[in-house]
Design a protein. Sequence first.
Lengths: 190, 132
Amino acid sequence: MLGEDIYAFRSELQKRNTLFAYTGFVTEDLLYALGTAVKQQLELKKTEGKVVRRVFSVFVEQVQNVIRYSDEQEWLREPKTARLSAGVIMLGQDYDGAETDNSRFFVICGNAVSNAEADNLRSRLESIAGMDGEALRKHYRTKLREEPDPHSEGATIGLLEIARRVTRPLEYDFLKLDENRSFFVLKAFI
Amino acid sequence: MTPNPLYIDATPRSPRVELDPAVGHLSLSGESYPEDASAFYGPILQNVAQYLATTTDAPLTVDVRFIYFNSSSAKAIMNLFQMLEVNAEKGRKVTVNWFYDPEDDLMAEMGEDFAEDFLHASFYLKPDSEVA
């Protein structure tokens, strides 16, 4: 029973072309460990360095967004301060039937956000969707020069970095959880 | 007041940093995606600001060798570069060498973007296979 159950669980993830998936509290230490796993698994697949660098960059920005902006956060003070932010992280590869040169990697992250933050994210993502590569590069440069927004830990520039590296338009969605919160999902193909 | 030297060891997620005020040299090398980029780069910016405030026309050479940096680090690096450019405009000789893996098109592009902000400081893009 247990074997069948967990094997079915694993098969479900594999059907979704998952290379790995994590759900639970995400921390900066976990980001480092998972980031290393991203590099190792892509290298195992003999992925071009150019692609590895892009996937890794998208992965870091996405996971840091979960850590910084998840609405489900706890703080651990001892033995060392750590922010624990609930979220889901997936790395996958769409095979298109077979593993070909056209297969693409994808990074999906999801976390709860306040409705105010959801509105904010939606408008930023909509504005990003209207920009081509050159506009994204210019906007990124403008944001780099600006004084930092005290309430942001760098989300705008992080989203721009992700948008510059993807090979298809970013997919995103907001699922209403209750009166105050939504579940935000961002899927990036590289 | 003599400017303080600064040395920070590399970690898997943050660069090795060395500021030697005696010869006017700053180097940054390695990975950069620390938990809190402004907390990591704050003391570096402070030390460089102190060097610039306590020396009037001593030159400064900056060697940068990044393998990867995230967007929050890019913002901090931009702050550092803006400080250097302001000083170069005032007449100090500032040289920035942007070393990067020749196969890393993203790092080359970032270097080109940063280069556009330097009008008075000398900024050189230096492909170097030892950075990888």
